[in-house]
Design a protein around this ligand. Structure first.
Ligand code: SF4
Length: 180
């Protein structure tokens, strides 16, 4: 079946469970990854004033490159720039061929697989399973805003660090948005 280009995720389409085993491992270990990320995020927020002094724009590219490698391996991350893994059971919604960020479409197969890629478990079925193991798994019920394509390729880690630092009034003067 030919997939409309607009729905085609970047790169090769995910087709089999075996080939993308690490992504499914991440969902199965969502609670562990949730705890690791919480500590990592606290560290990033603490470092935010330093990032601001160095310059958010300067560190954007190297940090985004590291994030792309780490999250690409663990989640098949597509670098949307607005990560919601913590709300989706560690299953990246951008791997849905329709890029749905608020739950599955109506085409999920009876076996829980994707309508577009029949061999692939639905990203949102995985998301639900992962969320049930997480402490904050009920965040899966939060309504997500549309993806902002201007953020594509940018580091979600830095964006979160910057936003949380600003909210905490931490070094606000040095937290200006990076320029692309
Ligand atoms: S939600 Fe966005 S940043 Fe997070 S893993 Fe998926 S593509 Fe990457």
């Amino acid at each position: 079946m030919r997939v409309p280009a607009a729905f085609e995720p970047a790169g090769k389409p995910p087709r089999t469970r075996g080939r993308f085993a690490l992504r499914f491992w991440s969902v199965r270990h969502a609670r562990l990854l949730e705890a690791i990320y919480a500590g990592f995020e606290r560290g990033l927020v603490r470092l935010a004033p330093w990032f601001g002094r160095i310059g958010w724009g300067r560190i954007e590219r190297p940090v985004a490159a590291i994030e792309r490698i780490a999250k690409g391996a663990l989640f098949d991350c597509r670098m949307c720039g607005a990560c919601i893994l913590s709300s989706t059971g560690m299953s990246c919604p951008m791997n849905c061929p329709k890029n749905l960020r608020n739950g599955p479409c109506g085409g999920v197969r009876g076996n829980g697989n994707c309508e577009v890629y029949p061999e692939m478990p639905c990203v949102w079925v995985e998301a639900w399973n992962g969320s049930r193991t997480m402490r904050a798994g009920d965040r899966i019920g939060e309504v997500q805003p549309p993806v902002d394509h201007r953020l594509k390729g940018m580091s979600s880690w830095l964006r979160v660090a910057r936003e949380k630092s600003l909210a905490a009034g931490q070094g606000a003067a040095s937290l200006a948005q990076p320029r692309r």
